[in-house]
Design a protein around this ligand. Structure first.
Ligand code: NDP
Length: 604
């Protein structure tokens, strides 16, 4: 059995692994089996060393240094060694020789920022003039500053970085390097392989099913008994469905909104980076457009223009909007054939004409600076929804000879007005939504924006005109509370994510926890986004319910919106989940583990 040379707790000099530097260490114990000493460095690092990497303190020699020790050229030669010491615990931050007083100042100044203790390694001089030449048999020692001053030996200050810390930092930097790697620019543009909405056949049927649903619901809603089971509803005469004048009014409305969009008012912001790294500019003036529309509506009311016309030709307006959205979709598909690969959307480039027509081939179709998708998302349809609600409110008063709209109508129109105004006020937030960042502009969005939203989302107000329902004040208060709770969650979640995506270093968000991802973007894992994976959908659903409740429980028709909306959001959530899994891989899975519920806490 070999005899151990150093006793427990003995102070000796230990070589830093992989280097020629020796530091003062204390022997913690000795393993008879492996013949390794566990030693503790002054910074607390514990390592196992072989006996021949350890020396007794007395075996080190100290020599006086002359004040003019070594020529500058030699010094620089010494400095060049620093590369080989990159793994040493005492790698100097700056390899700059200092006088002892400078060293002391520097050391004092750094006391709070460097890891204690600061080891001082001395280079052993050959013949008092030669610097350490890098050969392993030349000894380096550490020494206390007091001795150094006394002996007037010029030290090289070496700040010890604890081994564990160093490893941690190395790991962190390595991770950061990965995280901060920007998304690949100039990627290969692939054809869409995974088809959504039931693929080609699904898309084909949706093109007919969506308009049919709108007409069916509008027809049912106008009937005396608006039961959805009354199928088929009485169909109007075919030639009464189209009126050119109505189409003209629709076009006037569309181009008036386009004119408002073009006004050089409101700030211009950049959208999220596209796959080629480019960020498109968007003018944020939706709220101004809404204000101008309000003024225009006020003038119409002042000059006693008949809003009843819209109510009376409601179905014809829906048909005009549908025809327009079909023409627009054909145009969009046609122009997308001339677009470059990088302008195509990731989801609408399957090569199948029907599928791509439905999903939208081009991601951001623009005529000059006029962004067709961005414009249609929030202007003609969304503001049009408010105009339709106003029309329903005025019509209710007119047909029921009321001086005031009913409380139910006020609740429905008030809630939905808040929703639209909020969307326009926070217009910038739309730039980080799936519609803008992922979906192409085709029939799905064109029809959705111009027909589905204005004509079906106003179904509750339309329903109340023909089927009045009285709500009591206590019921109204409960519905109000529900709506505001939903709004609070919806707005909080959307604003939090939007602010985070725009500036992840926003000090206001510093308290939030994140999961880093390999794309450089982080995922929020606390705050609203730590509650469920889609808190904004949760808030939106609560609001949707609050919009239906003022219509009472006599029919399911006014609940169409909330039922459809839950289905839409569950489907949308699944789509987003797939995309996020692709984008973020393991990080997304980790997020899903941390936040297990998708939309409804403890339910789904
Ligand atoms: P989101 O605004 O929820 O956007 C989803 C994206 O958010 C993801 O793709 C991901 O994109 C990012 N994200 C997801 N999780 C996190 C996280 N933990 N931290 C940070 N970023 C995250 O989805 P939508 O575009 O579907 O919805 C936007 C709003 O519009 C919602 O409020 C929704 O309710 C509403 N809406 C309303 C509709 C209506 O008809 N009334 C229809 C559809 C939506 P990335 O990481 O790339 O940023």
């Amino acid at each position: 059995m070999p005899v151990r040379k150093f006793a427990d707790e003995e102070i000796v000099m230990g070589r830093w692994p992989g280097s020629v530097l020796f530091y003062e260490v204390q022997v913690a114990n000795y393993d008879d089996r492996t013949h390794l000493y566990t030693v503790k460095y002054k910074d607390g690092t514990e390592l196992q060393l072989k006996e021949n990497d350890m020396r007794s303190l007395s075996s080190f020699r100290f020599r006086k240094s002359s004040s003019s020790s070594g020529s500058p050229s030699r010094r620089s030669g010494s400095r060049s060694r620093s590369g080989s010491r990159s793994r040493s615990p005492g790698r100097p931050a700056k390899h700059k020789r200092r006088s002892s007083s400078q060293s002391r100042e520097a050391r004092n100044a750094k006391k709070n920022t460097t890891v204690e203790p600061n080891l001082i390694s001395l280079k052993q001089y050959e013949n008092n003039t030669n610097f350490y030449n890098g050969e392993p048999d030349i000894t380096e020692v550490n020494y206390s500053l007091k001795i150094l001053q006394h002996e007037r030996i010029e030290p090289e200050v070496v700040h010890l970085q604890p081994r564990k810390e160093e490893k941690k930092m190395e790991k962190m930097y390595a991770e950061e390097r990965i995280f901060e790697t920007p998304k690949t620019v100039g990627r290969l543009y692939m054809k869409t392989k995974e088809l959504e909405f039931g693929g080609r056949i699904g898309a084909f049927f949706m093109i007919f099913l969506l308009p049919a649903t709108v007409f069916y619901l509008l027809l049912v809603c106008k009937q005396k008994d608006p039961s959805v089971l009354n199928f088929p509803p009485t169909l109007p005469a075919f030639d009464s469905l189209w009126e050119t004048r109505v189409f003209g009014v629709f076009l006037l409305w569309f181009f008036l909104q386009a004119l408002f969009y073009l006004l050089p008012i409101g700030k211009v912001v950049e959208g999220t980076p596209l796959s080629n790294g480019i960020r498109l500019a968007y003018r944020i003036n939706g709220f101004y457009a809404f204000m101008l529309t309000t003024v225009a509506l006020g003038l119409c009311l002042y000059f006693e223009m008949e809003f009843y016309y819209l109510y009376n030709h409601f179905l014809q307006f829906a048909i005009s909007a549908t025809v327009f959205s079909v023409i627009l979709s054909i145009y969009l598909y046609g122009r997308s054939l001339k677009s470059s690969e990088e302008e195509l959307s990731p989801g609408g480039n399957s090569g199948n004409i029907i599928y791509d027509f439905f999903m939208g081939r081009e991601l951001n179709p623009r005529i000059g600076n006029f962004d067709l998708k961005y414009f249609c998302e929030l202007r003609p349809g969304l503001i049009g929804w408010v105009v339709i609600n106003l029309t329903m409110l005025l019509t209710e008063m007119k047909v029921h000879h009321q001086t005031m709209p009913s409380l139910s109508m006020i609740l429905v129109c008030g809630f939905q007005l808040l929703y639209v105004v909020d969307a326009l006020w926070n217009e910038e937030a739309i730039l980080t939504t799936m519609d803008i960042t992922h979906d192409g502009f085709g029939f799905m969005l064109a029809f959705g924006d111009l027909v589905w939203v204005p004509f079906l989302y106003s179904l509750q107000a339309f329903y109340l005109v023909n089927h009045p329902y009285e709500v009591s004040w206590p019921t109204a208060s409960a519905i109000l509370t529900l709506n505001f709770l939903g709004y609070y969650i919806f707005r909080g979640a959307n604003s939090q994510k939007n602010a985070f995506r725009r500036n992840p270093k926003d000090p206001k968000l510093a308290h939030l926890k994140v999961i880093p991802t390999a794309t450089g973007k982080n995922l929020l894992v606390s705050g609203w986004w730590g509650l469920v994976r889609h808190p904004n959908y949760l808030g939106d659903t609560l609001m949707a319910l609050a919009w239906s409740l003022p219509c009472g429980f006599n029919h399911i028709l006014p609940y169409f919106y909330v039922i459809y909306f839950i289905g839409l959001l569950i489907h949308r959530e699944a789509r987003d989940e797939r995309q996020c899994k692709k984008k973020y891989g393991l990080a997304w899975e980790k997020y899903c583990q941390r936040v297990p519920y998708r939309i409804f806490p403890y339910i789904y």
